[in-house]
Ligand binder design. Structure first.
Ligand SMILES: Nc1ncnc2c1ncn2[C@@H]1O[C@H](COP(=O)(O)OP(=O)(O)OP(=O)(O)O)[C@@H](O)[C@H]1O
Ligand SMILES: [Mg+2]
Length: 304
């Protein structure tokens, strides 16, 4: 058996290195084996990657899983207060969602994370590259350069480590996520940012009659992102918009868009809001962190 096994999705764009994948996959009739260029490959659907991971070992002790979780690297947000709120920073193998009104700091957090992710582990980074999917045209390389300079990093090197794409519609977003898989492995990507995830869906699917398709496609995108984050131990950060709560007597005045699909698929949800000149971040939903909040600010070095 060759040491490099390729897992191909329909577009032949997924690659993975597990030697024993072949063993696991060949016992599963869902997969077909092909032989090409002296390499064994397994034809497989992208969304089945997770199944392979689960097949590798059905059960593990919760203590082992706990050890994995607490030792899993986290990416500093650049703000001590935000890091404390998030128990050390943005979790890898998970989707973290920031939602809030315009100017609440969503894009500033994304751009600061794109710098922080590239820092050394002892400095709060993940020592990895960044994929930045921009659906609103608000990514600013000059702002990223400023953040990098203020944090003592070479702006050029930092920009080199960010793989940027501007996306206008849902189909392109789906395509970008699909083709990011190869980049993830080749460029040691440790952070995938989508700012904003919901924007193309809201722009494209208008009205109630298209809601079902919108939610199905959003769900598929989120599932794929979750799979990638777990398969490659990377952090996925998405931003989301807000809409007014139709029933102001129950719950918050503003709520995240994307409905139940978004709420269920993201691991940690953080609401950003402003009160006068002050900015706040509030954990709204998380499997491991209590509802709590902190103040933060935005300055020349990004979020502080
Ligand atoms: N160089 C900078 N120094 C200090 N503050 C800045 C700097 N650049 C932007 N800001 C502040 O960041 C805020 C904008 O935040 P951001 O773009 O992250 O909002 P957002 O939540 O992404 O909004 P939207 O929903 O419109 O995309 C503004 O209040 C702006 O003053
Ligand atoms: Mg923004």
């Amino acid at each position: 058996m060759k040491e490099r096994l390729a897992l191909l999705d329909e577009d032949a764009s997924v690659f993975y290195n597990f030697e024993d994948v072949l063993l696991n996959a060949s016992t599963n009739q869902d997969y077909s084996l092909i032989f090409s260029d002296n390499n064994y490959s397994i034809q497989i659907r992208t969304y089945e990657i997770q199944k392979i991971f689960q097949n590798k070992k059905y059960f593990e002790r919760a203590s082992d899983y706990y050890k994995k979780l607490v030792t899993a690297p986290r990416c500093s947000t650049g703000s001590k207060r935000l890091d404390n709120l998030l128990r050390g920073g943005i979790e890898t193998s998970a989707i973290t969602e920031f939602y809030g009104e315009y100017s609440s700091g969503k894009s500033q957090i994304c751009m600061t994370l794109s710098v922080m992710c590239q820092r050394k582990k002892e400095e709060g980074g993940l020592e990895g590259g960044v994929i930045y999917i921009d659906t609103e045209g608000t990514f600013r390389p000059d702002r990223v350069s400023e953040i990098a300079s203020f944090r003592g990093l070479d702006p050029r090197t930092v920009l080199d480590g960010i793989f940027y794409t501007r996306i206008a519609d849902v189909e392109s977003l789906e395509g970008a996520i699909e083709s990011s898989l190869k980049l993830v492995e080749d460029q040691k990507i440790k952070l995938v940012v989508i700012d904003s995830l919901i924007a193309p869906f809201r722009a494209e699917f208008l009205g109630r009659e298209s809601l079902q398709e919108r939610q199905q496609r959003l769900n598929r995108v989120l599932y794929k992102l979750k799979t990638i984050s777990e398969a490659y131990d990377l952090a996925v950060v998405v931003t989301n918009q807000v809409s007014s709560n139709p029933n102001p007597f129950v719950g918050e005045r503003l709520r995240a868009t994307g409905g139940n699909v978004m709420a269920h698929a993201t691991t940690h949800r953080i609401f950003l809001y402003r009160q006068g000149q002050k900015r706040f971040a509030k954990i709204v939903d998380s499997p491991s962190m209590p509802q709590s909040e902190t103040e933060f600010s935005v300055g020349p070095s990004g979020v502080e």
